[in-house]
Design a protein around this ligand. Sequence first.
Ligand code: HSE
Length: 442
Amino acid sequence: MEKTKVAIVGVGTVGSGVARLLLDHGDRTARHAGRTLWLEKAVVRDVKKVRDCVLPAGVLTTDLNEVLSDPEISVVALLVGGLEPARTIMLQLLEAGKDVVTANKALLAEHGPELFDRARSLGRCIAFEAAVAGGIPIIANISQCLSANQVTALQGILNGTSNFIVHKMDDQGWSYDAALREAQRLGFAEADPSMDVDGTDAAQKLAILAHLAFGARVRWQDIARTGIDTLDTVDMGFAAELGYRIKLIAHARLTGDRLELSVSPTLIRQGQPLAEVQNNYNAISVVGDAVGDLFFHGQGAGRMPTASAVVADMIDVAVGRTPITFRTLELWSDRESKVSLVPFDDLPGRYYMRFEVLDKPGVMAQITSILGQENLSISSIIQHEPDPDSSSQETQPVKLVIMTHEAPEGAARTAVHRITQLPVVTGKAVRMRVLETPRKAR
Ligand code: HSE
């Protein structure tokens, strides 16, 4: 059988999974590729480090040149995280005539235009299924299977670590710190987990999906984002009382040539598929104008799910499928259509708001008056009875939760800011977006 020599650069969590699939299941990959994918080299920083895979003698090396200078190695999985040296290594690999498979979404989100231009000019390709939603084949689906459609909306849970934390806090009552530590132990989290929990990782993945689904030339830094790092279980309780769950949602919607993009903790109605996504699972709901609604669900992080996507890409590159689609799609090129990003203040949405207020006459009137002035219509309100044991019930703040109908983000922010300035409002307010079929404010 024909043999294609491949290499891995970086044998960490994902790299060791890729090595295991290539070495332990060579028959399977050979059947799908019609050739053997032969792991020739695995480049690491430290050959002595204990790894979760056993590599044949002579495969491990610290010298990237052993890959660059071997003309028989044609496909390389670049599984180094972060921007540098990953960017430099990617350019070196392309210039040495290799096609590159990567799971590094930060690299593509940051340096996509440069890397894709370089690959195109060298006649090489870059495959990146594993960069978004780990084991879920969302890149192939959007760029190939749905190519008869205009995607009009996409909502996703794109960060497994955040979903794991939110799910454990909501379902099991774990603390934020305990859930984050466990996500790190299980290998879902980035080396710097602040990128998981502050919405950066999801925004980088959404930027990649926006290129594919909407032909949008969008920088991840231009996507409005809020993370889960300030979530309070109090709000999970109120959300449950209202019939919702809170999830970190990456949102995209195309109306004409105007594209809404955002990443934020969002209330979703219980029972909707996105609301029920558990642990480190990712999910993406996609609406295409011909196909209608689709829902993808699976493990978005971790060794074997991500390795599954990487090895599938290696097979597609070796077979010659990826080079064709790569040339046709012209991602991150000037050919991409010019949809314009809706300014953050104009993003429509419904809102959950929570205030701490003094429990005395006229407070509700002051708050609803501001909401009215900012043209925000209330859809429901919760205020619980004060603690009957409290001696000073009027001066004891109580929690007031308001759900609104649809209104622009800017109006909601202004209203919350003005409300928090009222002397009867104590402490900080919480505001989150609500995802559901929008109804017009009355
Ligand atoms: N750290 C990411 C996550 C996995 O938790 O989803 C890689 O993208």
